[in-house]
Ligand binder design. Structure first.
Ligand code: SAH
Length: 224
């Protein structure tokens, strides 16, 4: 297979045009970030040829990098500004964090699987994306020392939005996350308005589970 820089570049421009722009992703900053970040670098090398397809891909440890359209859609729903500080739960490959890093000032991202966190950190460093901090741990607790956040994105599904994450949102800031059990989730967006939260239901999705105190317990998963 031909692995020239141009072929990846071309595949990426086509991905943005056909999978994103033609399907209603309209935020020009989001489209630009997706044109720029080399998605293939975030998947195992034997999958580089598939990196710009319209599909999630395996990244090891039973986890996946999300479909490009879902990454763009969730990012668009966050309405990021260049000065924002963003929290991501579920670093995985680091690709979503890389997209966020092009659109916000500082990205904080938490991953429970050490091997994935280390791999993501390495790729982000190789690409010289310096405004991303990667932490290993249970992201359901958030990153209290860095709170409040201007936006939060969770890229794994919990039974409900983890309360510590709502507590770490700035006033009026959005949180986008899948909610629900395996095979039956919806993407939601909530805003914190004073003591209240305002919830919007977006689209049906399929994410891997958020595992931990505020997610699904390991035994819920093995019991399936
Ligand atoms: N955003 C990722 C894809 C996420 S896959 C990307 O761009 O590639 C979901 C990730 O969430 C997996 O890597 C999984 O290990 C992680 N995860 C699951 N439960 C978690 C938890 N409680 N805290 C942090 N990460 C978690």
């Amino acid at each position: 297979m031909f692995h020239g820089k141009t072929s990846f570049e071309e595949a990426r421009q086509q991905m943005v045009e056909r999978q994103l722009a033609q399907r209603g992703i309209v935020d020009e900053r989001v489209l630009q970030a997706m044109r720029e970040v080399p998605r293939h670098r975030f998947v195992p090398e034997d999958l580089w040829d598939m990196a710009y397809r319209d599909t999630p891909l395996p990244i090891g440890y039973d986890q996946t990098i999300s479909q490009p359209y879902i990454v763009a859609y969730m990012t668009q729903m966050l309405h990021l500004s260049p000065d924002d500080r963003v929290l991501e739960v579920g670093t995985g490959s680091g690709y979503q964090a890389a997209i966020l890093s092009r659109l916000a000032k500082q990205v904080y991202t938490i991953e429970r699987v050490e091997g994935l966190a280390q791999c993501a950190e390495q790729v982000l460093q190789d690409l010289d994306y310096r405004n991303v901090l990667v932490r290993i741990g249970d992201g359901g607790y958030g990153w209290p020392e860095a709170a409040p956040f201007d936006a939060i994105i969770i890229t794994a599904a919990a039974p409900e939005v983890p309360p510590p994450l709502i507590a770490q949102l700035a006033e009026d800031a959005p949180l986008v996350t899948p909610v629900g059990p395996a095979g039956y989730q919806e993407l939601v967006r909530l805003h914190k308005r004073g003591d209240q939260t305002q919830l919007e239901h977006l689209v049906p999705v399929a994410f891997v589970p958020l595992v931990g105190e505020h997610g699904w317990r390991e035994w819920d998963l093995t019991a399936e």
